[in-house]
Write a protein that binds this ligand. Structure first.
Ligand code: AMP
Ligand code: MN
Ligand code: MN
Ligand code: MN
Length: 277
């Protein structure tokens, strides 16, 4: 069985609709796909309908933005009830935070000489669930950056002119919310945070005591050493292991659905006790 437990649709910053994404997953021999859009569960009901038709197992997911120790991190929720009231309320709040942050990002980009950046970014968004990826697509379109890597490096990553920090959910609120909505909380792409080992261990300890269930041990493009390191952290903190591509777009030739190594034998998969339908 091939599991890919991290992916995006047009409900956030993915470019495929849920139907297109599920078809692609099916064609790529993924058996179980989690759709994990940023701070929203909109679209999961429609996705379920398509999944049934296509004949692929869908896991209801979400990728929640969290501020921990002044750092922005992402927590993936797997198997959530997308009708859960607290989940709907808190994600609605996060949407508001996204809009307010986007207005500030736009002001900063205007100072850099960009023309109507908010309108520009929104043109790439199906539903105003606006992320930095939408600004990135707009900036690339102006010709002032060649690709995603360049646009984040020059404009959108921490410390760059278009970076605006925001107050996302606390770790405790996010993990509690995901647990109360029947899901499992999983630390997304740990190797992307560029944290010192000490800080990462503090994060994992805090996450575990907040009720966190697992961490992504395998993502797209990780080398075997990093996977081994992630696996040893998962075991040390008694966390289940997840695996996901974080697929956003077919344009990225390095990332595709289901395209990553298997989990090491030493860890317990997050799906070990799932009863899927
Ligand atoms: P946000 O949640 O609005 O801060 O946007 C974060 C999103 O930006 C991530 O989910 C990625 O899709 C994208 N992103 C962040 N850093 C990079 C990068 N260096 N290259 C490409 N995409 C990135
Ligand atoms: Mn994204
Ligand atoms: Mn993420
Ligand atoms: Mn993601």
């Amino acid at each position: 069985m091939k599991y890919d437990l991290h992916s995006h649709t047009t409900a956030s910053d993915g470019v495929l609709t849920s139907r297109e994404l599920l078809l692609r997953a099916k064609n790529r021999a993924v058996d179980v796909l989690a759709i994990t859009d940023h701070d929203t569960v909109e679209g999961l009901e429609e996705a379920r309908h398509h999944a049934n038709e296509i004949g692929i197992t869908l896991v209801n997911g979400v990728e929640v933005s969290v501020t921990w120790n002044k750092t922005q991190i992402h927590i993936v929720g797997l198997g959530v009830d997308y009708g859960n009231e607290e989940l709907l309320e808190k994600t609605a709040l996060l949407q508001k935070t996204r809009i307010l942050r986007a207005e500030k990002i736009a002001q900063h980009l205007e100072k850099e000489g960009f023309d109507k950046p908010l309108e520009g970014a929104l043109r790439y968004s199906a539903n105003e669930n606006i992320t930095r990826t939408h600004f990135a697509r707009y900036i690339i379109n102006t010709g002032r950056a060649r690709d995603m890597a360049e646009v984040f490096k020059h404009y959108l990553s921490y410390g760059k002119p278009g970076y605006v920090s925001a107050q996302w959910l606390s770790l405790e609120d996010a993990v509690g919310m995901l647990n109360r909505s029947g899901g499992q909380a999983v630390i997304a792409h740990p190797s992307r945070y560029k944290m010192t080992n000490t800080k990462m261990r503090k994060l994992l300890a805090d996450f575990k005591s907040a009720g966190g269930a697992g961490m992504e041990v395998v993502n797209s493009g990780l080398n075997p050493e990093i996977i081994k390191h992630n696996a040893s952290l998962a075991m040390e903190f008694d966390l289940l292991a997840s695996a996901g591509s974080d697929f956003h777009s077919p344009d990225n030739k390095y990332i595709d659905l289901g395209r990553f190594p298997e989990l090491p034998q030493t860890v317990t998969p997050v799906w070990q006790e799932w009863k899927l339908q």
